[in-house]
Design a protein around this ligand. Sequence first.
Ligand code: ATP
Length: 255
Amino acid sequence: MVKLKSDNAIILKNVSFSYNRGLVLDRVNLCVEKGDFATIVGPNGGGKTTLLKLFLGLLKPDTGTIEVLGTSPEKSRLRVGYMPQHSTLDMHFPVTVMDVVLMGRLGNNFWGRYSTDDRARAVKALHEVNLGEHTRHHFSQLSGGQKQRVLIARALCSDPELLLLDEPTSNIDEESEEALFTILTELNSRMTILLVSHDIGFTSQVVKSVICVNRKVNIHPTTTMDGTLIKDIYGGDLKMIRHDHRCSEGGHSND
Ligand SMILES: Nc1ncnc2c1ncn2[C@@H]1O[C@H](COP(=O)(O)OP(=O)(O)OP(=O)(O)O)[C@@H](O)[C@H]1O
């Protein structure tokens, strides 16, 4: 019998994780469909970054299984683009935009030297984030929004099927955020995107699903506006998203 290819980018089955003391993620089951554009939301310390690191294979679950792009997180790593929350890059270090983006090719680069193909991919990635004119500029001279886009280009450089972004909208103004989401919406036509965000407001505009993380994990389609979900996650009233009837069937509990 022919084995059908999975339509899921990520599958977690009964995954629990703790650093040392106390569970951070508790028996998580999650399916993210290929082609989804999902935001990961939840309170501080709820486990969002931990979840991304599990997808990347940087952390291993205590129990349960994780499948990313049909295989283990370790095997899929080169097919996943990642922009970490706090870049380890010293923002004042004298590197050019091109140098930063080329770092995204390091995993593909056995000999430690960049090839013509690496450079062509870096230029293409910079064009995709509308920074094609800035290849020779110093990274430290760019605006906050431009720096975020360079870091996204670095994640795009390996031509990923799955793009994971940890708070790409932190420290950027509203205009830069809008530009960023226009770019991400375009990229979503060819890759699955998961993005950690504290800004719930934009999610109903461009995002297809919301993954709520607070020790437990629930995924919801975004449709119209309602406060219940946000109260559930944050315990307070913020800007809202509403989930459709699929959610009320499944419920949204943290028990
Ligand atoms: N390396 C680590 N060692 C020990 N505990 C950690 C480590 N990293 C995170 N934690 C703890 O695990 C919990 C979840 O952290 P995580 O960074 O995943 O949360 P988060 O939802 O991304 O938070 P934030 O919104 O503040 O970025 C927190 O209580 C945090 O203190």
